[in-house]
Design a protein around this ligand. Sequence first.
Ligand code: DX5
Ligand code: ZN
Length: 216
Amino acid sequence: MNKCMIAPSILSGDFAKMGETVSNVEKWGADLVHCDVMDGVFVPNITFGMPMVKAIRPYTTLPLDVHLMIVEPEKYVERFCDAGADIVTFHPEASKDPRAALEAIKAKGKKCGLVVNPDKDISLVKDYLDIVDMIVLMGVFPGFGGQSYIESVSDNIALFAEEIKKSGRNILLELDGGVTEQNAARFRALGITVLVAGSATFKAADKAKAISVMRG
Ligand code: DX5
Ligand code: ZN
């Protein structure tokens, strides 16, 4: 069975102790730290912005995988890169010029990616397969942690994995939302290479074990 990388979402962590939280995520054996940025406009919830990314940066050597759920991401991508993000992803429908935003991230020497909601398909991102380093498939509608995985997304996973293969490029395929110790193996088998795991990591009694089970 394929192994994959695990990216705990700090959305499920203790907001009063974020430095400690990201150090712990590294100790538990995670591969990336997933940071969910929400603006209350693109999604019905508000989390944090560049200052949080900058504040946690010294507390881990793991790459910071910053998921922007904000309108007009092109206005902010460079500032997230400067704050310490290693990967910046956003929802293309929220941007007036997705390619310009992707190019701006690359110009900062960082990895860029696009996020696909459960009701969208490959046509949303097909034009950008020449530039993205990561595609994120949402397993839930974005806005909140702890939701149940939407089963119909599985049809998309195999299709996206195939398109990525055809592109001949080394593009990570991340699944975000609803991942558990129980369903992780299925997603690895379908071609997912990065699993976001918020509640599945933070609610586990043995967090290191949960990460290792999900990684495969
Ligand atoms: C949803 C966020 C996800 C979410 C994952 O809007 O983008 O990253 O926090 O949480 P779990 O793993 O609990 O579904
Ligand atoms: Zn996310």
